[in-house]
Design a protein around this ligand. Structure first.
Ligand code: HPA
Length: 261
């Protein structure tokens, strides 16, 4: 089966039933990934784990080497990526503790290396549907098998950080159809697409976005809500790993077809 990669905060490989078989340091033409890759096993299934912010957590979202992270996964044979992201809820129907399987992106990051094709080759990758439809379906089915309520679809607004947003910015994103806001959603998704790797986002709502709750936003709130969501994410990931079809039948594997000028 094509290998699965999981990108998340540190601690996510530390689940009951998961054993670490190997720790691989990978160097890439784009520099060093955030951390060594942990080759993990769960119920006879292998996956590769990467701590996005390094371990211990030391990299701010705008300082992450997204290209190296994705290239390293590709070097290890990964063809599918499940990416876990902490987000703020913009859509008032989405509450802290909810998990959203996002289906669209608005990218307003800047200054991040966001392509593997920045030399002589001219490539315009199709990104109409930014996430792998097959992986999204598997996640949604895994949710219902575990009685985990998932929000099916939502637009992820990817901001640069590291500061949080103003209330006016969040109001603007809401008017423009944003459902959740986070700092790490891009360029991971489009870099994976450029390498024809399936990619899906599990957005864990850790707080109401700026201006939508009475108080200030705190990093503690984000970390605490993530902790509360851990057990559901664990079940979701493990069932997903067991139900991913052996063969890929989505469009991601042909992403470069007709993209090269
Ligand atoms: N804004 C941006 N990034 C975030 C938030 C937020 O409210 N919560 C978690 N990551």
């Amino acid at each position: 089966m094509p290998k699965v990669g999981i990108i998340a905060g540190s601690g996510f490989y530390d689940f009951e039933g998961v054993s670490i078989k190997d720790v691989r340091k990978v160097s890439t033409p784009y520099g060093e990934p955030s951390d060594s890759y942990r080759i993990c096993e769960f119920g006879g299934l292998e996956f590769v784990f990467l701590a996005r912010h390094g371990s211990p957590h030391r990299l701010q979202p705008h300082r992450i080497n997204y290209r190296a992270n994705i290239w390293g996964l590709r070097d290890l044979g990964v063809k599918r990526i499940l990416s876990i992201n902490a987000v703020g809820g913009i859509n008032t129907g989405i509450r802290p503790g909810d998990i959203v399987i996002t289906d669209q992106i608005i990218d307003i990051t800047n200054g991040r290396a966001n392509t593997f094709y920045d030399s002589d080759e001219v490539i315009h990758i199709d990104f109409t549907v930014p996430y792998c439809t097959e992986l999204r379906d598997v996640l949604l089915i895994a949710g219902s098998k575990n009685d985990i309520a998932l929000v099916n679809g939502g637009t992820y607004v990817s901001v640069n950080g590291p500061r949080l947003e103003t209330a006016a910015e969040i109001a603007l994103f809401a008017r423009n159809g944003g459902d959740v806001v986070g700092m790490t959603g891009m360029p991971e998704a489009c870099l994976a697409r450029e390498l024809e790797i399936c990619f899906s986002c599990i957005a864990v709502v850790t707080n109401s976005a700026a201006g939508l709750s009475s108080g200030r936003l705190t990093a503690t709130e984000v970390v605490d809500t993530m902790k509360v969501s851990m057990e559901r994410i664990r079940s979701l990931l493990m069932t997903t790993l067991c139900t991913i079809p052996a063969k890929r039948s989505c469009e991601c594997r042909h992403a470069l077809k007709d993209a090269i000028l």
